[in-house]
Design a protein around this ligand. Structure first.
Ligand SMILES: Nc1ncnc2c1ncn2[C@@H]1O[C@H](COP(=O)(O)OP(=O)(O)OP(=O)(O)O)[C@@H](O)[C@H]1O
Ligand SMILES: [Mg+2]
Length: 249
């Protein structure tokens, strides 16, 4: 469904992404993990059209979409959430979601009907007419997913939707993400909560210092010395497990 091919992104003197390639299969939940500053959010911004890559190409459903702007890609079926959630504070919860639904439904009552259905799917409950600013952190995360989902994406990019949630809130939202996939939305998710990555993702790509350093099932990547080194520093894999690291070397 998605192919990122040899993508690079330079910000002035900083090479944030370098020669990154990976694919996302239709119908999958694919993870993108890596240490802070690895370039994960930058890759999302490239795939969703907020940034153009400096080098490389992006293909969506077989078509070259490199450099297409965000509003065009939203219409084509790529939705994203933002790591720093910013609801429209002056609007109610349902109005926030309806903003997304206006992409495909210009009739207000139809857009609001779609928004109410989306709110239910992500588990936004209670009075949806109260101000979005009243929501807890967990509620804001669900709202962020709902705003993106209301654009009716076929590919949904989730940027750390579990960050800042407590363990029981994380347990509650995992089935919501799985249900979206079961309803036909392909998901690419950036996530630091490994419990969620292991339970949700079919495949995981690991980005470190702008490069893809590993890919595989969650079980494969967490055991990969290159991934342990990316998170814990050079030599960490050998210090943690000298015998297995020697076998890999
Ligand atoms: N608009 C920008 N202008 C200049 N530098 C940027 C910009 N956006 C990101 N960067 C830099 O690019 C690098 C990658 O940042 P990015 O936000 O993509 O990392 P990340 O993997 O999402 O990190 P985190 O896990 O902390 O969210 C960082 O060094 C960051 O400071
Ligand atoms: Mg980020």
């Amino acid at each position: 469904m998605l192919e990122v091919r040899s993508v690079g992104k330079r910000f002035g003197g900083l090479q944030a992404i370098q020669d990154a390639s990976f694919t996302v299969e239709k119908g999958s939940i694919t993870g993108l993990i890596g240490p802070n500053g690895a370039g994960k959010t930058t890759l999302f911004s490239i795939v969703s059209g907020s940034f153009s890559p400096t080098t490389g190409q992006v293909f969506f459903e077989g078509q070259d979409i490199t450099g297409f702007p965000a509003h065009v890609l939203a219409r084509r079926g790529i939705g994203r959430t933002f790591q720093i959630v910013k609801p429209f504070a002056g609007l109610s919860i349902i109005e926030n979601v309806t903003v997304g639904a206006f992409l495909r439904h210009h009739n207000r009552s139809k857009a609001e009907k779609v928004a109410r259905d989306v709110a239910r799917r992500v588990g936004l409950t209670g009075d949806l007419d109260r101000p979005a600013s009243d929501l807890t952190v967990a509620g804001r995360k669900r709202l962020e997913v709902a705003k993106a989902l209301a654009t009716e994406p076929r590919l949904l990019l989730l940027d750390e939707v579990l960050a800042g949630l407590n363990p029981s809130e994380i347990r509650d939202i995992i089935p919501v993400i799985r249900a979206l996939r079961d309803d036909g939305v392909t998901i690419l998710m950036i996530e630091h909560v490994m419990q969620a990555v292991v339970s949700l993702c079919d495949r995981v790509h690991v980005l470190a210092q702008g490069r893809i350093v590993a890919a595989g099932t969650p079980a494969e990547v967490v055991a990969d010395p290159a991934v342990i080194e990316a998170y814990l520093g050079q030599g960490a894999a050998a210090r943690l497990n000298p015998v297995r690291s020697a076998a890999h070397a």
